[in-house]
Ligand binder design. Sequence first.
Ligand SMILES: *[C@@H]1O[C@H](CO)[C@@H](O)[C@H](O)[C@H]1NC(C)=O
Ligand SMILES: *[C@@H]1O[C@H](CO)[C@@H](O)[C@H](O)[C@H]1NC(C)=O
Ligand SMILES: *[C@@H]1O[C@H](CO)[C@@H](O)[C@H](O)[C@H]1NC(C)=O
Ligand SMILES: *[C@@H]1O[C@H](CO)[C@@H](O)[C@H](O)[C@H]1NC(C)=O
Ligand SMILES: *[C@@H]1O[C@H](CO)[C@@H](O)[C@H](O)[C@H]1NC(C)=O
Ligand SMILES: *[C@@H]1O[C@H](CO)[C@@H](O)[C@H](O)[C@H]1NC(C)=O
Ligand SMILES: *[C@@H]1O[C@H](CO)[C@@H](O)[C@H](O)[C@H]1NC(C)=O
Ligand SMILES: *[C@@H]1O[C@H](CO)[C@@H](O)[C@H](O)[C@H]1NC(C)=O
Length: 476
Amino acid sequence: MNSCCFPLFIFAFVIFLRCLSPIEAATCHPDDEAGLLAFKSGITQDPTGILSSWKKGTDCCSWKGVGCLTNRVTGLTINGQSDVTGSFLSGTISPSLAKLQHLVGIYFTNLRNITGSFPQFLFQLPNVKQVYFTNSRLSGPLPANIGALSELGELSLDGNLFTGPIPSSISNLTRLYLLNLGDNLLTGTIPLGLANLKLLLSLNFGNNRLSETIPDIFKSMQKLQSLTLSRNKFSGNLPPSIASLKPILNYLDVSQNNLSGTIPTFLSNFKVLDSLDLSRNRFSGVVPKSLANMPKLFHLNLSHNFLTGPLPAMKNVDGLATLDLSYNQFHLKTIPKWVTSSPSMYSLKLVKCGINMSLDNWKPVRPNIYFYINLSENEISGSLTWFFNLAHNLYEFQASGNKLRFDMGKLNLSERLESLDLSRNLVFGKVPMTVAKLQKLNLSHNHLCGKLPVTKFPASAFVGNDCLCGSPLSPC
Ligand SMILES: *[C@@H]1O[C@H](CO)[C@@H](O)[C@H](O)[C@H]1NC(C)=O
Ligand SMILES: *[C@@H]1O[C@H](CO)[C@@H](O)[C@H](O)[C@H]1NC(C)=O
Ligand SMILES: *[C@@H]1O[C@H](CO)[C@@H](O)[C@H](O)[C@H]1NC(C)=O
Ligand SMILES: *[C@@H]1O[C@H](CO)[C@@H](O)[C@H](O)[C@H]1NC(C)=O
Ligand SMILES: *[C@@H]1O[C@H](CO)[C@@H](O)[C@H](O)[C@H]1NC(C)=O
Ligand SMILES: *[C@@H]1O[C@H](CO)[C@@H](O)[C@H](O)[C@H]1NC(C)=O
Ligand SMILES: *[C@@H]1O[C@H](CO)[C@@H](O)[C@H](O)[C@H]1NC(C)=O
Ligand SMILES: *[C@@H]1O[C@H](CO)[C@@H](O)[C@H](O)[C@H]1NC(C)=O
């Protein structure tokens, strides 16, 4: 063999080997295979076969939900999508997942029948950055040393049964940009050290049992876009440092707590805020004029507080699509002009708002985009007929406890209408046959008369009228 060709031959041989090797590289590492199979054996029921492709001796990188980089497992995604009872993946999460030493992301969502405590194996995984265990039945306390998972960027444990406090060491998770502990049974207070989590984009502690005041920790969170603290037992005022989130916050939900004081005037000029929910708290006093200055507002809920008027005229809120002012101490007298002229409004709830006007004088610019309307417990008079002729997409309409007066027999019900409550008004005439297609109906306590059409509704939907008869009331 010519000496010049020998190296070439070696080179070609190496190329040949290189070509073979990817086939071998694709086979997953024995540690990873062992860890995954141990996980599978901790699963007692898999009725929909989520793990059916996980078979010993086959390449684990090809198993459903397993992601590899070279021959090591880096991602594990198991999604129990079915809501059908009895079809859930059941069992516990094996600690052997610690063998997956190269794991970066673990995404376990909606595994509604998976039990056990906080997955301790995470502490043995040096590279883990994204952790999702959402909507399963994990329980017990969060580990006090959770701050040791210092590489974490995303931690989502929402929808479990975790109890006890939020560990103060969480302040060491300084790389977190997503923290979601919502829908658990956590107690205690928000740790002050949370202020260290300067990269947070999204923070959710909603629907727990957290209490005391919301600490004034938001000044350092210059990237926070979404803050959910609803459905806890927080009391006191909204902390002033929320004001520093003005340029970037787009979602703020502190509803269903025990917050009090006036709505702070610093809630103004939130340039990108699209959802503001302060409902079901103890906020009192006048709604500040500053609130009118939120150009991107889409959803505003101030219901169930002790707020008084005058309500500021919201400007530049063409995008406002859902508004709930119910159950405050407003005396609005009329449906506000800026509501009537809103081109985007599809959900309007103004229960018990002291509205004293005739619906004949209400001319919403786009009646056909309304989906939900609740005007109950006001003093609204007039007729619905014209509005129902235009509101082709209406899905629910409630106006119980008003003074509406019109001929029920002439009311056109939209194709889409499912729920109609006109109880305690002054409606007269006959009940039309078209109500039979509704899911919910209440016409009690009006001045209706005549034979009822055949429907599935109970007597309480028709009682208290002038002369209605036929099933479910007494025969004609
Ligand atoms: C949950 O798991 C238990 C025990 O493994 C099992 O008996 C039960 O049927 C499962 N429930 C559902 C809804 O899958
Ligand atoms: C955060 O980490 C540091 C260094 O590892 C440690 O000294 C400190 O105790 C931790 N903080 C908390 C609140 O656990
Ligand atoms: C809510 O706060 C008020 C005082 O503002 C207090 O009297 C009341 O007990 C609190 N309610 C709950 C459920 O904590
Ligand atoms: C407003 O909040 C209340 C209580 O938190 C809730 O019941 C209602 O559905 C909300 N309204 C809208 C339009 O989302
Ligand atoms: C509602 O308006 C009518 C007619 O304008 C008036 O007679 C009535 O007193 C008003 N009711 C209230 C509570 O303001
Ligand atoms: C509409 O308001 C009435 C009166 O408060 C209430 O009973 C009903 O639940 C409300 N309907 C909806 C869908 O919010
Ligand atoms: C009901 O709607 C139909 C079709 O839109 C229309 O022709 C009819 O006049 C309406 N009925 C009443 C009483 O307005
Ligand atoms: C109808 O409304 C009345 C009073 O507004 C209420 O007592 C009754 O339970 C309601 N019935 C149904 C079927 O919703």
